[in-house]
Structures are given as structure tokens and as C-alpha cells.
Design a protein around this ligand. Structure first.
Ligand code: GLN
Length: 309
């Protein structure tokens, strides 16, 4: 039997030697300051163990990985009504692209591109002040990670707000089509705070465990989403979780995954494990370069690809 801890240690060693680490996100100044020489990986198993290697205890900005959790939260609150505001097709475009929004009358292609995640935030905000919505999102993530110490980095949230013109355009454009109910600055305030949540690989892998276990947290026994919803969230992660790099990630790794520009990736091996990999350097589409390489190695060595060992 393959020893998982050994595999993780080997992968961390290989990644430490890697010369090509990609480029740290530049468009959010706070993220541009992060040391690219870091790499961590953690695997949460259905029996509750969390194995890890490298910098798996170092916190990072989860950025778009948060979109998995806000989708689960919105589906729990509103059910399938979510799908009238956002689609579930891959976009084949960059995460911050606006082009398809005009063709599709302000309804984003999926909940994982920026426009889609902003539309999901608008749904979560119904009946809430922005502060309450932020509180609800962070509480949900703490509950999933079973860890009340998880916080939001206000510097990152502010840094992104100050450079958020692109996201503001997406939100205004959707609002013009009637697909955003709340004032744009309120919606963006919640969205930027959700992206600025700080987690380490161990916490992130733990938080994703319900998706590897038919929607149920195997440790606390909480049914977070129905088995059907867990399957569907995984399907959207596989098809859309890496933007215009989703095909490449499916081809190389073969797991549902969601990346963020902080360099984190959450990947799910259904029935087997929830995995978080992190390294701040990104490839040309904004996905963690070493994170993807590490997941490719892990899936290969463990035989975890959803397409067969
Ligand atoms: N907060 C980032 C943005 O809105 C999230 C993008 C990402 O992680 N891909 O641009």
C-alpha cells in the first residue's frame, strides 16, 4: 500500500527544488508582497486525520477558493433558485472577463468566475447588512474547518478594494441587467472580505472534507449539503474551478479543484480525500504553478484521478 505521508514528503521535497515557481499575483498589492518560495500541502481523510508536508501550517489568502464555500452556503439558503442568477458552464475565459456577460444578459456563466461569485454574494446578502453577510460567510467556513481561529485579513480586503475597478465593472454591468439587487459597493465589500479570508492548507483541506464525503462532515456528522449537491459542486469545480485552465487541470490532475490567486487550490478526491495545496507563484492563467504540479503528482501516485487509477 502506498504510504500517503511518504508521498507528501517526497512531493514537498520535489517542489522545494523547483526553479520555475510562476509569478505572485501583482494586481492586488498586498498579495504581490508574499514570498514565492513557499509550498504546502495537506490531505484530510474521512477518518478525520489530516496529513501534511511543507508549509501546510502557514496561512495564505484563500481568494477564489472561497467561492466553493459561498456557493454551498447560497445553495443551502436558496436552493436551486441560485441557478436563475448564475449558470454552470465553463467560461473558457479569464476569471475577471466581462465579454460573455453582455451576450448572456448579465447572467454569469458559472459561480467560480468573478462575475458569478459576485452574483452569489448578492444572493447571500438578501435580508442582511453587509457586515452580517460577511459574518455569515466566515462563520460557515469556521464551522466547516471546525476551527474558530480563522480570520479575514483586512489589509488584503482594503488593498483589493482600492484596486477593484475591474470587479466593480462586472458588478455594475450585472446590475444594469437586474442581476444584482444590492448597491454595488456593498456587494463588493462582502466579496472582497470573503476573498481575504486567511487559511492554511490543513484548515482548507479539513473545510473541504464534506465534498469528499457526500456532503456530510465525517468528523462532526453534520450534513452540510445533500449528496446530490456535493456531487454537483464537485462537477462545477471540475469544469470551471480553474477558469480557462480548467481543461488543463482535468487533463493533468483529474480531480475537481478550485484555485485562488493567493496560490491555493482545494481539490477533492470523492470518497477518498480533500486536499489543499498552496504555493503563491501563478501560471499565465492565474492558477498556482507548484500547487497544480503537486496535485498532479499526488493524484498520480495515489491513483486518485476521478477518471481511473
Ligand atoms: N479577489 C480576486 C479577484 O476578485 C479573486 C480572483 C481569483 O482568486 N482568481 O480578482
Amino acid at each position: 500500500m502506498t504510504d500517503l505521508q511518504e508521498v507528501l514528503d517526497e512531493i514537498a521535497q520535489e517542489m522545494a527544488c523547483s526553479a520555475d515557481r510562476g509569478t505572485v499575483a501583482q494586481y492586488i498589492p498586498e498579495l504581490a508582497k508574499v514570498d514565492p518560495e513557499q509550498f504546502g500541502i495537506a490531505v484530510a481523510l474521512p477518518d478525520g486525520r489530516v496529513l501534511s508536508a511543507g508549509d501546510a501550517g502557514t496561512g495564505f489568502s484563500i481568494q477564489s477558493v472561497s467561492k466553493v464555500f459561498t456557493l454551498a452556503l447560497a445553495l443551502g439558503k436558496l436552493g436551486d433558485a441560485v441557478w436563475s442568477s448564475v449558470g454552470r458552464e465553463p467560461s473558457g475565459n479569464p476569471f475577471n472577463s466581462i465579454v460573455q456577460l453582455e451576450q448572456e444578459k448579465g447572467r454569469p456563466r458559472n459561480p467560480f468566475i468573478n462575475a458569478g461569485a459576485i452574483a452569489v454574494v448578492d444572493l447571500i446578502m438578501a435580508g442582511h447588512e453587509p457586515k452580517e453577510a460577511i459574518g455569515e460567510i466566515i462563520q460557515f467556513i469556521r464551522h466547516l474547518a471546525d476551527d474558530d481561529s480563522i480570520l479575514i485579513d483586512e489589509h488584503v480586503a482594503r488593498s483589493e478594494t482600492a484596486h477593484g475597478d475591474r470587479n466593480a465593472s462586472l458588478a455594475h454591468f450585472m446590475r444594469a441587467f437586474g442581476n444584482i439587487d444590492h448597491p454595488v459597493d456593498h456587494v463588493l465589500g462582502v466579496y472582497f472580505h470573503q476573498c481575504a479570508i486567511v487559511m492554511n492548507c490543513q484548515q482548507l483541506a479539513r473545510a473541504g472534507l464534506f465534498l469528499a464525503n457526500q456532503g456530510r462532515d465525517p468528523v462532526t456528522g453534520a450534513q452540510v449539503v445533500s449528496p446530490q449537491r456535493a456531487r454537483r459542486i464537485n462537477a462545477i469545480m471540475l469544469m470551471c474551478g480553474h477558469y480557462d485552465g480548467s481543461g488543463e487541470f482535468a487533463f493533468r490532475v483529474g480531480l475537481p479543484g478550485k484555485s485562488g490567486v493567493g496560490g491555493g487550490i482545494l481539490a477533492i478526491a470523492p470518497g477518498k480525500a480533500s486536499i489543499a495545496a498552496w504555493s503563491p507563484g501563478l501560471d499565465h492563467v492565474g492558477n498556482s504553478k507548484l500547487g497544480s504540479a503537486a496535485l498532479e503528482q499526488l493524484a498520480k501516485r495515489m491513483g486518485w484521478s476521478v477518471f481511473g487509477a
